[in-house]
Design a protein around this ligand. Structure first.
Ligand SMILES: [Zn+2]
Length: 454
């Protein structure tokens, strides 16, 4: 059952009932919804056993509702990679601090596990299950057969895992968020040997998207050109990034371009939470997630982005600079959201989007805005004129459409379950699978409904 992340990218959470043993994978917070709809639908599990709880990676839409689920299942053992556990210390505190902005006091009052005293206990409960290792899990009450779970590096971000579940001679692979292609710091995913019986796949990039077919090298070249043209006109460049993953990738790529003399040495600004995440990337240089052991984010010289209330006084408005600010989708109230309101007014400035923006977010509105028009986004009362240059690039941390198909080809499942994608992405990818493998069963679970996988 999908408890979230069925036919959408949301509060990702999945339940597997395998020969009497109940497994939960992930519990995310929906980035846009408010109230209980932003949490996984765990009430749908009424009466089912929940024996073990596995986390695939530390992004908020997979991890942010772990304290919420623990309110109902406080004693269920939790597993995550060491990298994810370290990242969770930052990410869960961040989730907790954002809750009051997204939810009414009535909802907050019913979330005791998010207070500062309860969060460390959730972290303490997490047991390390490392990439490339397995664990036998059994039902905690009934005498079930037991399940063997193995964490495979899934690319995407530091510590991210795909989960192979083996039970009674049958094999289910849950991709988690995955990318086969290597990024600058994070290596491509490793997959189990095929064939498997069921593949539960993410589908983020399932729809054809012309600019997704650009290679990373081409996109980087294009970004460097935009940065150079902007700096040459005495302007500054704003790059909205996710604090976990995208910041570390962009920072080290741009840092390297500066080292190689492809971009002039100008100040690079990064924000508080992203810097803490970067320190964890540097702490796990030999992680199985990584492409190499030498690229340190701390080798790139950075200035600290001023606090929220001082953002408009930053030196980047007076001297050419590169500012990497969260959030990637310019969510209301974040540094990139606030900075964009000023950036847009300066004709010689540029905003470079480097990842996916959900159509419901301010980032989408800004990234699709035409120059010399006026726009309003998020909670803004008045329109602002669009004078600056706006460019979109894709440095996706998710498998491209062809890679998603490649995973199906390599694992040869009988049944493919599509999750973590909007309806367009899921139906486009589902059609692609059936064109190539007409005998496969393809399904797209609805949140809160039971599906049999055999
Ligand atoms: Zn993710």
């Amino acid at each position: 059952m999908a408890l979230g992340g069925g036919r959408e990218i949301g509060a990702n959470s999945f339940y597997y009932g395998l020969d009497g043993t109940g497994l939960l994978i992930d519990a995310g917070l929906h980035p846009e919804k408010t109230g209980w709809a932003a949490f996984p639908a765990i009430e749908a599990l009424e009466g089912k056993p929940v024996d073990h709880f596995l986390i695939t990676h530390a992004h908020t839409d997979h991890l942010g509702a772990v304290p919420f689920v623990r309110q109902s299942y406080p004693d269920v053992p939790l597993y995550a990679t060491s990298e994810t556990i370290e990242l969770a210390k930052i990410m869960l505190v961040n989730s907790a601090s954002l809750l009051p902005k997204q939810h009414s006091q009535e909802v907050i009052d019913r979330l005791p596990f998010y207070n500062v005293l309860a969060l460390p206990e959730t972290i303490q409960k997490m047991r390390p299950l490392e990439l490339g290792t397995s664990q036998e899990l059994t039902s905690r009450e009934a005498a079930g057969t037991g399940i063997k779970v193995t964490y495979y590096p899934s690319g995407h971000i530091l510590g991210a895992a795909g989960v192979l579940m083996e039970c009674n001679g049958r094999r289910i692979f849950h991709t988690g968020d995955t990318s086969l292609h290597p990024q600058h710091l994070i290596a491509g995913a490793q997959l189990p040997e095929g064939p498997i019986d069921v593949l539960v796949s993410e589908s983020t990039n399932g729809v054809v998207d012309a600019y997704l077919t650009h290679s990373r090298e081409k996109e980087l070249e294009r970004l460097i050109v935009t940065i150079n043209e902007t700096l040459a006109a005495d302007g500054s460049v704003l790059i909205p990034v996710f604090a976990l993953g995208k910041l570390q990738e962009m920072l080290t790529m741009i840092g390297q371009a500066m080292q190689e003399g492809k971009i002039p040495k100008v100040p690079i600004y990064t924000g508080g939470m992203g810097r803490k995440v970067s320190a964890i990337y540097d702490q796990f240089l030999t992680s199985r997630s990584r492409t190499n052991e030498v690229d340190k984010t701390s080798d790139v010289e950075q200035q600290e982005l001023p606090r929220r209330d001082a953002l408009f006084g930053g030196k980047y408005f007076r001297e050419p600079s590169i500012v990497m600010a969260a959030s990637g989708m310019m969510q209301d109230g974040t540094a990139s959201y606030l900075l964009a309101q000023r950036w847009l007014r300066h004709a010689h400035f540029a905003i470079c989007f480097v990842g996916y923006t959900d159509p419901r977010t301010p980032g989408y509105v800004v990234s699709h805005a035409q120059r010399e028009t006026r726009i309003k986004f998020g909670s803004m009362k008045r329109e602002v004129p669009v004078r600056c240059r706006i460019e979109r690039f894709r440095f996706s941390a998710h498998a491209r459409r062809e890679e998603l198909l490649e995973i199906v080809r390599r694992l040869k499942p009988k049944h493919v379950v599509l999750t973590h994608g909007d309806e367009k992405a899921i139906s486009a990818f589902g059609e692609l699978i059936l064109e190539n493998f007409p005998d496969m069963i393809v399904s797209a679970p609805e949140v809160g409904k039971w599906y049999r996988l055999d």
